[in-house]
Design a protein around this ligand. Sequence first.
Ligand SMILES: *[C@@H]1O[C@H](CO)[C@@H](O)[C@H](O)[C@H]1NC(C)=O
Ligand SMILES: *[C@@H]1O[C@H](CO)[C@@H](O)[C@H](O)[C@H]1NC(C)=O
Ligand SMILES: *[C@@H]1O[C@H](CO)[C@@H](O)[C@H](O)[C@H]1NC(C)=O
Ligand SMILES: *[C@@H]1O[C@H](CO)[C@@H](O)[C@H](O)[C@H]1NC(C)=O
Ligand SMILES: *[C@@H]1O[C@H](CO)[C@@H](O)[C@H](O)[C@H]1NC(C)=O
Length: 541
Amino acid sequence: MQLHLAVVLLCATAGLFAIAGAEDPYRFFDWNVTFGDIYPLGVRQTGILINGQFPGPDIHSVTNDNLIINVHNSLNEPFLISWSGIQQRRNSYEDGVYGTTCPIPPGKNFTYILQVKDQIGSFFYFPSLAFHKAAGGFGGIRILSRPRIPVPFPDPAGDYTVLIGDWYKSNHTNLKARLDRGKKLPFPDGIIINGRGPGGASFNVEQGKTYRLRISNVGLQNSLNFRIQNHRLTLIEVEGTHTLQTTYSSIDLHLGQSCSILFKADQPAKDYYIAVSTRFTSRVLTSTAILRYSNSAGPVSGPRPGGPTIQIDWSLNQARSIRTNLTASGPRPNPQGSYHYGLINTTRTIRLANSAGQVNGKQRYAINSVSFVPADTPLKLADYFKIGGVFRVGSISDNPYGGKIYLDTSVMQADYRAFIEIVFQNNENIVQSWHLDGYSFFVVGMDGGQWTTASRREYNLRDAVSRCTTQVYPKSWTAIYVALDNVGMWNLRSEFWARQYLGQQFYLRVYTASTSLRDEYPIPKNALLCGRASGRHTRPL
Ligand SMILES: *[C@@H]1O[C@H](CO)[C@@H](O)[C@H](O)[C@H]1NC(C)=O
Ligand SMILES: *[C@@H]1O[C@H](CO)[C@@H](O)[C@H](O)[C@H]1NC(C)=O
Ligand SMILES: *[C@@H]1O[C@H](CO)[C@@H](O)[C@H](O)[C@H]1NC(C)=O
Ligand SMILES: *[C@@H]1O[C@H](CO)[C@@H](O)[C@H](O)[C@H]1NC(C)=O
Ligand SMILES: *[C@@H]1O[C@H](CO)[C@@H](O)[C@H](O)[C@H]1NC(C)=O
């Protein structure tokens, strides 16, 4: 009976999904998104639940799987989910940000058709519209290696998702209203670990065994430090790259970043603190979860483990020590080091500087002086249907512009297959975190001060990690190399969520004149159409 149902479902949907990798396995998800009461910091709040859960359910997948995710929007407002780090190859239509995808109207559903093509590792999904991220609606995504591809460490006894983030007691509508009025957000009220406040979450282990934690910073404003009392952490993966296995006493995770660590439950059997605290803040927020041995002789005891000091050097040194294991396999059987990114000449350098300021008496945040404002139509749809006047290519410059902040729907164009250098210059006193959808990039260098061409001499052109989110320390720069091998309209944004909301983002239009399916898939048949794309047809009549 169940098999029969599955076959019917597959046939019924085969037309819709014809474009996904047909020979690769399908996984189906049916998600109901609702508002519901949550109590992460002890007070009742309206949270965004997925199938009644906060955080939402994990997505478990294997390299190249097709994920068919039917999302029912049972909120009373429009909703979208985006998939941080899932590259949506040739298919930015499924990216789930407003620049590419129409919101799912209240009471309606939309089926995302994703393929985790050529990817492994730990990522997360999150609600991308309004200020929904402050209400939950996020969950873990894991992509396992295919069975015949070697993984550079033994199978752990357990594999847990750990979503950490700063949190406000104020609800998402109040936070959004404050930003809409042109105010900054206050300092958050606490830190949550898997949706729970201090002492709420627990992880069970058996003495002598080794466990994997997939940790993501799904918070809004702060870099976080993660540690486990009396246990050492071995870093094994960041955002899809197997790293050199280095052992640390604690790990810094900046906004939007994910990593995997292994730890051995090698201590006397009792309970231990898992501690997470804000980094580089004058007031430090700390939260704890409990690591519980199966034969535990007693509750947590002793002081909560302390984190590193406020200086950035420790964090910068740790970041530089995170390297690719060149001999280990990634998603493919060949070693990760077989792609020699350091030997490829870059053809363009883009320098992006973040800034904060007021426009018309309201707080805004900008990149190269442009503060992004959404258009009335998703940019990708305007592009596809050739609807003029929605955005202008070149509405943001390749280099910092000394002028005052102004508003625009900023879109930068770049050539498909170009190999480019992007330098993030942070002249502000905050830790910045940048994410690029559709890609992973090589983080070739970071240092204090102003980037100059001489800074290239300190680049790591051998074993830098490839990831999708990178931090930039205060008054510092970070440089990345990106192979633009994915046609589409891709969001580049600050993961500092109030900044993203108030304009610190733009779209990178990776363009080719070719209309071949090898380069880009056509618009999905089920694409929602909105704004000036309403009433158009996703297929010729
Ligand atoms: C979603 O959940 C709500 C509240 O429980 C329920 O009323 C609604 O029928 C559900 N929708 C679907 C599609 O399951
Ligand atoms: C948020 O809180 C305000 C009161 O501060 C309330 O009026 C509003 O309904 C709440 N919104 C949600 C979505 O819970
Ligand atoms: C909405 O969900 C129903 C099943 O609940 C499914 O048959 C239909 O294809 C979905 N519609 C879209 C646009 O995804
Ligand atoms: C790198 O990966 C190889 C597998 O190819 C593994 O044997 C080795 O231990 C790893 N080295 C480090 C330092 O992580
Ligand atoms: C890169 O540029 C250098 C200097 O212009 C040149 O000698 C070299 O052949 C180029 N390498 C590649 C792979 O194109």
